[in-house]
Design a protein around this ligand. Structure first.
Ligand SMILES: Cc1cc2nc3c(=O)[nH]c(=O)nc-3n(C[C@H](O)[C@H](O)[C@H](O)COP(=O)(O)O)c2cc1C
Length: 344
């Protein structure tokens, strides 16, 4: 019994050492971030993740400055632990949103959705807040670090939501051995502690998960949304399909449903109308882009999982039952520690 406790203690302290750079950077007990998810990552889920020892991140999405200010204050009322705010770089009020974060004393700001503009980077840096950016390739990661990023998230195409083309398995090999200047967090398709451990051993400082937290009992997502996650297998979470190279579709990973089928039909019909001269190229592109407007909200908040956008990572196959955020975090830590202990 005593030996078992010693092995467990040893495994846990080995894990703590492996992700200490990440947990020091985040100011947390464990280096696990709850990736920002529009409509999902609000005060309840974010504070639950931070209170569980991880690092919650508010998804600002399309919120304006006043709403973001209220969301930050409400989150601060629920946790004294650190959390971050994720801002989309193309938001028309990006500068104001950064000021809201700074004035509220947010310690970590994530700039997502493209290379952040210079003034935004400078504003974050001058405030003393830590800047986290996404890098889809090593060259870009190096450029972001040079311009001021204090940490990088590499997100593989297994992830839910907007995705790049490369899997985490490959991104990790391309980036982790070469980017040592700042902590690097891995994301996409992660559902178990053993997988997180393997990336820590490759040089990652921590991991970011979205899908598993979205389905947690602390998430405000509609019961239909969570049920869809529990029923789905990895193969059901697929990227959006682009029918015609002339009309680009932003790749988004989510569960196949009526909406994804109708999206294909809409593209086919729009391309036909363009070919027949009934609509201009710009009108056709706009029609395609508008198809998903408001669709994530429809699925997450209204529970319309047939017509809405049920964004989910391939990790959705590992969502099998309703669990609290605390249970998920503890389970991930336990799995990683057990894998370490199993080697002794
Ligand atoms: C429903 C949903 C919405 C998301 N929305 C955003 C977002 O608004 N901004 C963002 O940077 N990432 C977003 N993501 C990506 C997550 O932050 C996270 O990186 C991703 O979920 C990790 O992969 P996993 O789902 O396999 O754990 C979203 C993911 C999901 C599942």
């Amino acid at each position: 019994m005593e030996r078992l406790t010693k092995v467990a203690d040893h495994a846990r302290s080995r894990l703590d050492r492996l992700w200490s750079r990440g947990s020091d950077f985040l100011g947390t007990r464990v280096a696990i971030l709850g990736g920002a998810m529009s409509w999902v990552s609000e005060r309840h889920l974010v504070s639950a993740i931070s209170n569980a020892g991880g690092f919650g991140v508010i998804a600002c999405g399309a919120m304006g400055p006043a709403l973001l200010e209220a969301e930050i204050a409400a989150t601060q009322a629920r946790t004294e632990k650190p959390f971050g705010v994720n801002l989309i770089t193309m938001h028309p009020q990006l500068d104001e949103l950064i000021q809201v974060c700074i004035c509220a004393g947010v310690t970590h700001i994530v700039l997502a959705g493209g290379v952040p503009p210079g003034p935004a980077v400078r504003a974050v840096k001058e405030s003393g807040a830590k800047l986290i950016c996404f890098a889809p390739a090593l060259v870009l990661a190096r450029r972001l670090v040079k311009s001021g990023a204090d940490a990088i998230v590499i997100e593989g195409s297994e992830a839910g939501g907007h995705i790049g083309p490369v899997s985490l398995t490959v991104l990790a090999q391309e980036i982790l051995p070469y980017l040592r200047d700042v902590p690097v967090f891995v994301a996409g398709g992660l559902g178990r502690g053993e997988a997180i451990l393997s990336y820590l051993e490759m040089g990652a400082s921590g991991a970011q998960l979205g899908t598993r937290f979205a389905a947690s009992t602390d998430s405000i997502a509609h019961p239909n949304f969570k049920r869809a996650f529990m029923r789905a297998n990895a193969r059901d979470a697929v990227p959006s399909v682009q029918l015609d190279p002339r009309f680009p579709v932003i790749p988004v990973r989510g569960l196949v449903n009526e909406g994804t089928k109708r999206f294909l039909e809409l593209q086919a019909e729009t391309v036909r109308r363009f070919a027949a001269g009934e609509v201009s190229r710009e009108e056709a592109q706009l029609e395609i882009e508008h198809f998903w407007a408001g669709a994530l909200r429809r699925a997450v908040i209204d529970g319309d999982v047939e017509n809405g956008s049920v964004m989910a990572g391939q990790s959705v196959g590992m969502v099998t039952r309703a669990q609290s955020v605390q249970e998920i975090v503890d389970e991930l830590v336990q799995q990683a520690a057990q894998a370490i202990a199993g080697r002794d």
